[in-house]
Design a protein around this ligand. Structure first.
Ligand SMILES: Cc1ncc(C[n+]2csc(CCOP(=O)(O)OP(=O)(O)O)c2C)c(N)n1
Ligand SMILES: [Mg+2]
Length: 372
């Protein structure tokens, strides 16, 4: 099933730029650029922090910033968004302190490493694949029942489309015309599983027809195209026409996570062919061609992001590591039941035992995959 890929940003030479879509002014484009740079800065810093042992693990999104910033920019502040681990820092574009996300990756529980989803209309960072999709539908459906003009958007990967939750969510949303945007980032890899071993469908977008909803394909490295597809889907959702499935076609340029070595399962010369298409570079060229970005402005935006991220790292490192009780606190509003106290005591005894054990060198790991 052939399907056109929506693309707005050209390549500055033989592929021309398409006109800027209606609804995106110069100020919007610059703000979208600022978001891209902030996400990129957060991500690059996170990898460095992990390499230095300052956070535990990290799911890199380098190259996928356009799928995140573009889609989010199309949302209203009142809309709910649901990230997977790959969009882990999306909350920082909605007022979450970046230090909170770094603390999450450092393994800090409680208030240090978590934000309240309700405060930011941003679901928790979802690690189990696709389980946040029914949640996104539920929130949108509930809003519809109440008569609120609230939509929801969930990001997920190509691998997530093999999960039951994906199909259940699309089915429910379509039957009940829930105002949900399903935003699939098809980066062609699910850890070491390539697209062709994941699904027999030629495209992710065509799966939408099984649920009688529109399926749209968009260049995932083009933030403006991601904005356009999402805005159109949200317009439909708000008009009562139900959900849309967007496939943002791109490539996972980075390893799956900081514990992964993709050289062991794929040809990295292919990755290098995709790399120049990444969104920050492309958006920079696009805005320059439109005459709304010059080198000074770009430098100022980059400096601002760097400063914010540096301050966030400092803040995260000033936090005191929470105790084991954070694993149990907050599960029940009424406090910890005695069964949890037993578990907590067991954990504390493990911690006490660990303290007397000499800490040896960390063995070099041959394990691959880097599951987050
Ligand atoms: C329910 C569940 N099964 C398995 C895993 C292990 N796992 C972590 S990431 C991943 C691959 C997901 O690939 P994709 O959906 O394409 O997202 P991407 O990592 O490419 O963003 C898997 C299988 C998990 N986290 N949750
Ligand atoms: Mg994937």
């Amino acid at each position: 099933m052939a399907m056109e890929i929506i693309r707005i940003i050209g390549n500055g030479s033989e592929v021309p730029d398409a006109p800027v879509p209606e609804g995106l002014g110069g100020k919007d484009l610059l703000e979208l650029y600022r978001w891209l740079i902030l996400l990129r800065t957060f991500d690059e810093r996170a990898v460095a922090l992990q390499r230095q042992g300052r956070i535990g693990t990290y799911a890199i999104y380098w190259g996928e910033e356009g799928t995140q910033a573009g889609a989010l920019y199309a949302c209203e502040e009142t809309d709910w968004v649901f990230p997977s681990y790959r969009q882990n820092s999306i909350g920082i574009l909605r007022g979450v302190n970046p230090a909170t996300i770094y603390a999450w990756w450092r393994g800090y529980g409680g208030k240090l490493g978590f934000y309240n989803p309700r405060d930011h209309r941003t679901g928790p960072i979802c690690v189990p694949i696709a389980t946040h999709l029914p949640h996104a539908v539920g929130v949108a459906w509930a809003a519809k029942q109440r008569g609120d003009s609230v939509a929801s958007l969930a990001w997920f990967g190509d691998g997530a489309t093999s999960e039951g939750d994906f199909h259940e969510a699309l089915n429910f949303a379509s039957v009940w015309k829930a105002p949900t945007v399903f935003f699939c980032v098809n980066n062609q890899w699910a850890i070491s599983t390539p697209y062709h071993k994941q699904t027999a469908s030629q495209t992710i977008a065509e799966k939408a027809s099984g649920y009688n909803m529109p399926g749209v394909r968009v260049d995932g490295f083009d933030p403006v195209a991601c904005w356009k597809a999402t805005r159109d889907a949200l317009d439909r959702a708000r008009a009562g026409e139900g959900p849309t499935l967007i496939e943002a076609y791109c490539y996972r340029i980075a390893p799956h996570g900081t514990a992964d070595d993709p050289r062991l399962y794929r040809d990295e010369s292919v990755t290098e062919r995709w790399r120049p298409l990444e969104p920050v570079n492309r958006m920079t060229g696009f805005l320059q061609r439109l005459g709304i970005l010059d080198e000074d402005k770009e430098a100022a935006i980059r400096a601002e992001a760097k400063e914010l991220i540096a301050a966030s790292v400092k803040e995260m490192e000033s936090y005191t590591q929470p105790g084991q009780e954070v694993l149990f606190d907050g599960v029940y509003a009424s406090g910890r039941p005695w069964t949890f106290d037993e578990g907590l005591e067991e954990l504390r005894s493990v911690e006490r035992a660990a303290e007397v054990r000499p800490v040896g060198p960390v063995p070099a790991s041959s394990e691959q995959g880097g599951d987050v």
